[in-house]
Design a protein around this ligand. Sequence first.
Ligand SMILES: C[S@@+](CC[C@H](N)C(=O)[O-])C[C@H]1O[C@@H](n2cnc3c(N)ncnc32)[C@H](O)[C@@H]1O
Length: 785
Amino acid sequence: MANSAYWPALVNWLQIDPSVITHESAAAGRYLCATTDIAPSTVLFTIPARFLLNSRSLGSHYPNSAQLSAVQLMSLHLCLYKPLGGAPSRDSLFGPYIDSLPTEFNHHPWEPTNEPPSVVMAMQELRARYDEDLAAVRTYLQNNLQERTSALNADFFKWAWLNVNTRGIYHRLKKTRSDPDNLTMCPILDFANHQPQGPTMSLRTTQAEKTNTAPIGRLGDPITVLSPPIHVKAGDELFLTYGAHPNSKLYVEYGFCMHHECPEVDVQDLVEPMFVDDAKRGVLVDSGYWGDWKLDASPAVSYRLVVALSALVASQEEMPLWKDMITGEREMVSTANEAAWKRIVQVICRKVIERAEAALSSAGADRRVGILWRDELGAAQECMRVVSLSGARRGADAEARVSRRHCSALTTNSVNMAVEPLLSTRTQRAFILTVTLQAIIVLTMVGITFRKVEVKVDFSSTSSYKTLPCYLALFAFAEIFELFMAFDALRLRNTIQLMGILLFHMALIVFAAIQVKETKDALVSKSAAECAAHFDMIRCGGSGSLYESVQPFLIVVPCIIAAAWLAMMFFVKELYSEFGWAIFHVVGANPKMKKMYQWYQILLCLLKFDFFFFVAVTMQLLIVVLVRNSAEFGVTIAAIPVVLVLLALAVLAVQREIKWLMSISLAMMLAALSYFREPPASLRNPRPSNDLSVFKLVRIYEPSTASQYSTTKASLTIFTIVAFLLLFATFAVGLRCFADFNRGLREAKVNEPTRPQYSQKNSGNVAQQGSYNGGAPLGQRISIE
Ligand SMILES: C[S@@+](CC[C@H](N)C(=O)[O-])C[C@H]1O[C@@H](n2cnc3c(N)ncnc32)[C@H](O)[C@@H]1O
């Protein structure tokens, strides 16, 4: 079949009317285009499971198909049904799809010509994979389908294998995420060309991926393709991100190169011969740091290379320090060690520059090979510049700082962007629904209690009655705050905040339980003997009393919150695996950076909870203790927005790493801490009702003022202690984060993911939803940390 005829036949076979079409360009072959204007993240098309070519859809058509890997089985099928002599494929299963595949791969690099050594190595590895797959398929045919053995034409198999390699995408078909057979070819989607960054199409998370199990249906889940998260105009090209791959990988696996601003060089061929000491080689292999050593632009020297070269130049006595460095306990082995590995980096750079210049002066006709050499030259020159610049500075982080200015977009932003918008997975929706539902029920219960008491009691008559409005206000605020925190945690994919919410919710259970007794103390002021003599339905307990009528509502509240807590625990566990591999990967593989980022996340979380507890304590004071028309009442209310601004400034300081602002924020925290300990004399007031020194816990229990706090004693004590401890923790974590300023994390903090990101940085070996497989058996390449 003529290639131009494939499109109508393909959409007719799929029975869909997608809002996309293919066009062709000389530079990148066929590509996908929008046929109409499309709103952000709209469903473009869905391909049912029976049209997906993979181990599930083919398995039942081949005897003992489990003997073959997915790549082998798919390649075998394409090889057997390759369209011949312009006629359509004879395949009754996937004929129209096979007709839409490229007819040849003449341009695909197969034999090394003049490529850089690391690229030649990668090409050899690709060939080894191909040879292995061809041999496996031969053996399979001999053992199972002898009559088809003659159909295994090596040229056809190469065509088939390269189709699978350049068009296969990750698709969950197996029980575990890392199974190499989670691979499929998907009609139409496989016309999408690669764009390393910027808004691209994405795939809706499949049911199997959401539940983290094998798909339930025999053929697996369908694939739904979403448009980029921006408005697309008719005629615009629709891209997909294959992964944050360097040109060397794009060239070897997909046969093209792009102009990268931030190239990288694999220097394995230069570094490996330096390890003449087998013991050191063994240590690196055992610790997982052997190989994958790069000079790149962010950081100039990859962390793995720093680790390897530090080991290379470390003395025997220094090796324990080197181990401390890789566990993140120390920054470097020693200044002498660092100076020594930097000298080696300069030697490596010089060698790379020399050979790149030589290759470029005798460059052949292939434009792609020229790009590969220019990448090597550019990366080595940049690395040389940065390492010389940072001679006196500490660690690779200094280099990282300089280089990230140019390359942050490629490293932190270009990783595969969101597969899912906020609240698009069932677990996320279930989590928010649980928090919302329990909030509605709890507030209704508290509201009913309040109404019942309100009609009988004048709250201003005695201070103890004020416990009830205080209880209502606190709960309303706590529930709204929790809902905000839940949305915020999902938006940021922040698992630490989710843990914080669970702790907070647990505190709500305790608080609600305490309220049963506090409300009783507030209402039931007469002894049993007094009540026996003269029953007062408001001040007495027992049958017919006001307290008895509200008691069931008070008891039900902690039960509901506790039940919701159990459900939330379950959902947080699910969300942990949903976000687990998306969050904390913003900063790459460096354990030091990861640790710093985690402390930063903890600080942000603490600051949010600080705000809650500050407002909660203030609210209790306003309602129960302070006199409404007093100046202090006004000052206390005014303090709320002021504190909010201060906390926001603290967030800004830590995020942007503004030292002077962070110093002020820490000083304010310290001042607030000492305020808890001993209030300034000016704030002390002989009149207990106006006394802000209530912050000092002892006042709550002082005989002169104790009666004033009698009914709120327990909750005020708990809130005050928690607020103090939280502020203390915030101060300590703030100091820790301050110490991490200027260590290369700023870029990652500013570019935080408000959408999930699937890290590829530093692994270069990842296959995932929405990205092309990129060649090697997936088992070797899926990296889920
Ligand atoms: C999944 S296919 C995409 C559709 C393909 N262009 C076609 O003609 O069928 C992947 C192949 O497209 C080409 N390709 C993808 N992205 C490209 C890009 N940005 N520049 C040049 N070629 C690209 C490469 O040949 C790659 O192996």
